[in-house]
Design a binder for this molecule. Structure first.
Ligand code: EPZ
Length: 439
């Protein structure tokens, strides 16, 4: 870490305005060859940041993807609550919340980033009250937060919905409870796990999510002094403690970013070394890619990904909670499948509306038919460049991948989605030979 690394400024207004005007222009046809350093996981970092609200001591998060729009937005949310937040160019996030000065996360910030709903658990646990604007729908589905609210109610919180806000209070503090989630939810598991660390007594979460980002968050909480067992299993048990302390923590690598570049190489051909990653977090992608004809090999913290000449065969995939195939790689896989030999069926079981990329891929020449929550993708000989627009982060990057192999020029609009979740995408891809630029 560099002691004089520059501080990054956080201005929520500028964040969304500037990037809405930018486009990404890609000329397809180049192989990818080189090295790509994988950033810390966005979906872990966002939760580590809110977990900082649980302690009055300083927290140092390392390997934090500080350049991402979502991370800057989360920093803005924490600042409104009274946290001192410094994001540094070298991936260090320093967060210190000596006291909670305000317990309201306003609509203007929450509407831009759904993960702000995760402040409910920590704020209730730390100061007994929290108000968060209801996040509303988003492009990939309605995404309710009923499970978060029901579980917090079971832990003794009183919750009202008023004027578009969730108003929660726990005047006598939160108490442990046995929570039986009706379905597997990443966010609800995290919210309750954080709340339970400072609750009185024992909380049991049944049907808990097992995503690596939750395990990472739980491990950080344990280092902060929390008592948690069962991480990575469907039953997490948390025994509340009086207080938590500040720590320095190295955030787990982003498996979705790594998986995205792995799929990119599968599409373009070439050989790329993914640095700072973990193959054990990506088995549900690596296994079928190897079967389809890719060469993927672990070398310490590096992953060597290679496709030399061979045509890949299409295969079937169904998205599922971890350790199943992640919904956050579904769109990218569809881009790959659209140029594989033969056909593949992709079934989305997590979100009800996560096929928004399909019409755009079809405009680039893909042969895809959607039946309910399944998409039949018949491989075509090649894609052609087009002007496209995407509605969410993973759909946007799927179009970038398609552009890397399409004949001619692809222009991706609304790239603010990409800035939310892929650090230095243009730099990373162009360093490996892609013809890609911002315009
Ligand atoms: C997290 O969202 C991720 N976001 C998503 O990544 C990811 O796609 C998703 O988990 C699934 O892996 C972050 O970590 C910030 P859920 P989350 O609660 O926690 C339903 C990306 O591209 N549900 O596991 O919001 C819900 O509607 C993003 O990086 C309820 O019904 O997802 C969905 O169908 C997009 N009630 C299912 O559960 C609830 O109270 C799983 O959602 C909560 C969820």
């Amino acid at each position: 870490m560099n002691a004089v690394a520059k501080e990054i400024t956080v201005d929520p207004e500028k964040l969304s305005q500037a990037s809405e005007l930018e486009k990404m222009v890609i000329k397809g046809g180049n192989e990818l060859n080189g090295r790509i350093r994988i950033s810390g996981a966005k979906n872990a970092a966002l939760k580590h940041m809110v977990a900082c609200l649980l302690t009055d001591e300083p927290m140092h998060l390392m390997n934090c993807p500080v350049h991402l729009g979502d991370i800057k937005m989360q920093a803005a949310v924490l600042k409104t609550l009274g946290a001192e937040v410094v994001l540094r160019e070298d991936g260090l996030a320093m967060i210190h919340t000596p006291s909670i000065k305000n317990h309201v996360a306003p609509y203007d910030l929450v509407r831009r980033m759904r993960a702000s709903v995760l402040i409910l658990g920590p704020l209730l646990a730390r100061c007994g009250k929290a108000e968060v604007s209801l996040p509303g729908g988003c492009a990939i589905g309605t995404r309710p937060i009923d499970m978060h609210l029901d579980a917090l109610t079971q832990m003794g919180a009183e919750i009202k919905l008023e004027q578009g806000y969730v108003k929660a209070s726990a005047p006598n503090g939160l108490r442990g409870a046995e929570i039986n989630f009706s379905k597997i939810s990443v966010g609800a598991t995290e919210n309750i796990m954080m709340a339970a660390t400072l609750a009185k007594g024992i909380t049991i979460i049944n049907n808990a999510a097992r995503e690596p980002e939750i395990v990472d968050q739980g491990e950080a909480l344990i280092q902060m002094g929390a008592k948690i067992t069962g991480l990575g299993t469907a039953k997490i048990v948390i025994e509340g403690v009086e207080r938590l302390n500040g720590i320095s923590y190295d955030i787990v690598p982003d498996r979705i970013e790594a998986g995205t570049y792995m799929i990119a190489v599968a599409m373009t051909g070439g050989k790329v070394v993914l640095e700072n990653t973990r193959a054990d977090l990506l088995t549900s992608l690596i296994a079928p890619l190897k079967e389809a004809g890719m060469h993927i090999e672990e070398d310490g913290k590096d992953l060597i990904v290679e496709r030399n000449g061979v045509d890949l065969q299409g295969f079937d995939i169904m998205t599922e909670p971890h350790p199943g195939f992640p919904t956050d790689l579904q769109a990218q896989l569809m881009s790959l499948m659209s140029i594989c030999k033969g056909a593949g069926m992709i079934t989305e079981t997590i979100f009800e509306n996560r096929f928004m990329h399909v019409p755009e891929l079809i405009r680039m020449g893909a042969d895809i038919t959607v039946h309910g929550n399944s998409a039949l993708v018949r491989g075509v000989a090649g894609l052609t460049g087009a002007e496209v627009m995407a509605t969410d982060l993973r759909a946007s990057v799927a179009l970038v991948l398609a552009g890397l192999v399409a004949e001619g020029e692809t222009v991706v609009n609304r790239i603010y989605h990409l800035n939310r979740g892929y650090e230095k995408l243009v730099e990373k891809l162009s360093a490996c030979g892609a013809d890609i630029r911002l315009a």
